[in-house]
Write a protein of this length. Structure first.
Length: 127
């Protein structure tokens, strides 16, 4: 990292969608709308409108302290991580040399590092 001029942090969509679905498990109809507003449109105003709509629909059996707390925590999470959620194509990066997502290659790395019959040469590991 010491050699790079700019660091861009991304919140991967798998964990973002999982967080939304977990926190809005009480209202599955709104999950897709919120995911679309956050992930595809990246529209903070629309996201807030959808969250406000969900809050206004917490009536009758949905009006529980647990649902209110889940919604509050989801709103806080989205606001706190908003910059990290911004999609790659909307960042207008001039030079792209990305290391990619480590998690998708995690198994390859652990197999080679833990000595399970696979290895890299020094040059390969350096790369």
């Amino acid at each position: 990292v010491g050699y790079c001029r700019q660091h861009e942090h991304f919140l991967d969509v798998f964990h973002l969608n999982k967080k939304i679905k977990d926190r809005l498990s009480f209202m599955p109809v709104m999950q897709g709308k919120l995911i679309s507003a956050v992930e595809f449109k990246y529209d903070r105003h629309l996201t807030d409108v959808i969250l406000d709509t969900i809050e206004s629909n917490l009536i009758d059996e949905l009006n529980t302290p647990e649902n209110h707390e889940n919604l509050r925590r989801l709103r806080s999470y989205l606001h706190r991580r908003w910059v990290d959620i911004k999609p790659f194509k909307m960042r207008h990066l001039s030079v792209i040399k990305a290391i990619g997502c480590f998690e998708s290659n995690h198994r390859k790395y652990t197999y080679r590092v833990k000595g399970q019959g696979k290895y890299w040469s020094e040059d390969g590991a350096e790369g």
